[in-house]
Design a protein around this ligand. Structure first.
Ligand code: MLT
Length: 392
């Protein structure tokens, strides 16, 4: 009866909502499902963070509207975390803004800088919200392929000059979802030069930058000389502290861009519930033992999955970061048909690579966010489906 706006009508289905629908159907048919689809940590939020939230929620003064850009306590905690973790200096007042989860800021930043038909450079495969946010603002995503032969980094030299000159924003994401790839210092230096030469804003999504494995410590884009002149970084408490449902994130970096994001937020939302900001400040400012423990868990799960797949005939390297394993589908399958086979015949949910863009075709993603018992069961079921030497 009501005609939807074109921007909604032309949207592709949201990847993770679509997977949820398929899973729901399988559950209704009586299947016992193991979900390795969305990257939603299974571990609980650490206790000290919950205790802080409970204390803060009992304070009536925390029940009113929060400040739009974030409490000073939260913003200072973010700034101190950047100093301690990366040696990056940030003004809590001008270079940090709170977000209702980083997804919110990723979607909104295009509204600040993208006019209808402007180009936005987005990685493919990539988190769908980079493209969706730019399309909502009327812009056009220009896909930068992330290919294995280039270590899943975009090849900036292959972007035609007229595209580079016309683009307003470039989204990047390292450690990378879905591929698990990490960026080098040299790559980030190249990005800064490219952005300066072409007057492009860099929006770096660093949601996984504390999920380094085997002792590897991923870097922040803002550690790169000149990065703050050209861009911002999105951070999230979701993956680092098992807080996906709490919706706490932030953007940091270039003060003009942070101010613009703040302007959007003032006009369309009212900030994060204050007790959650106090809890998040606690998470960022305390010892990070819980993060170390959690990365050990992911490391063990990664080894379990990669070793099993390699035994079955894959030839995967172990990702140095994130809780994802990105693997090619066996011969004869598309990413969608393989994911469907695993769901319908094995009751295992994986994410089809094509859901992250056309360059994700031929791959599937396993999220290491279930316990060992379920993971072993899932790998056994996959093995049973594939039979011997399926992939060799
Ligand atoms: C993913 O599975 O790619 C992410 O968890 C989705 C999200 O962070 O919204």
């Amino acid at each position: 009866m009501f005609i939807r706006a074109e921007r909604i009508e032309t949207l592709p289905p949201y990847l993770f909502a679509e997977i949820d629908n398929k899973v729901q159907k399988a559950i209704e048919q009586g299947m016992e499902i193991i979900k390795l689809g969305i990257g939603d940590p299974d571990q609980p939020t650490p206790d000290h963070i919950i205790t802080k939230a409970i204390k803060a929620i009992r304070e009536p003064k925390n029940h009113q509207y929060p400040s739009y850009a974030g409490l000073p306590t939260f913003r200072q905690a973010v700034s101190q975390y950047y100093d301690k973790r990366f040696g990056v200096n940030l003004s809590a007042e001008k270079e940090v803004v709170s977000l209702i989860g980083s997804k919110e800021g990723i979607a909104h930043v295009s509204f600040c800088y993208v006019n209808p038909n402007d180009l936005v450079l987005v990685p493919d495969p990539g988190y769908p919200v980079y493209s969706i946010g730019s399309m909502f603002a009327g812009g056009e995503p220009y896909k930068m392929p992330l290919l294995k032969e280039n270590n899943y980094l975009p090849d900036l030299d292959s972007i035609p000059e007229y595209i580079a000159k016309a683009a307003k924003i470039m989204f990047l994401n390292y450690p990378n979802n879905p591929t698990g790839a990490v960026a080098t210092k040299e790559f980030f230096e190249k990005v800064v030069k490219f952005a300066k030469d072409n007057k492009i804003i860099v929006c770096h999504d660093a949601a996984y930058c504390d999920i380094g494995l085997d002792g590897y410590k991923p870097m922040s884009f803002l550690e790169t000389p000149g990065a703050k002149d050209v861009g911002i970084e999105f951070g999230s408490l979701s993956k680092t502290y098992n807080m996906t449902g709490w919706r706490v994130g932030y953007a940091v970096g270039n003060k003009d861009i942070i101010e613009s994001l703040g302007l959007i937020k003032t006009n369309i939302d009212s900030g994060i519930f204050q007790p959650l900001q106090y809890a998040a400040a606690e998470a960022l400012s305390q010892e990070q033992a819980c993060v170390e423990e959690m990365t050990k868990i992911y490391q063990h799960r990664r080894d379990l999955v990669v070793d099993t797949l390699n035994k079955l005939g894959w030839n995967l390297e172990k990702p140095k970061a994130t809780f994802y394993v990105w693997a090619p589908v066996p011969k004869g399958y598309t990413s969608q048909s393989f994911a469907t086979l695993l769901l319908e015949k094995a009751g295992v949910v994986v994410t089809p690579g094509v859901g992250f863009g056309k360059y994700g075709e031929g791959y599937f993603r396993i999220s290491l966010t279930v316990d060992n018992e379920k993971l072993i069961k899932a790998m056994n079921r996959i093995e049973q489906q594939l039979g011997d030497n399926y992939c060799k």
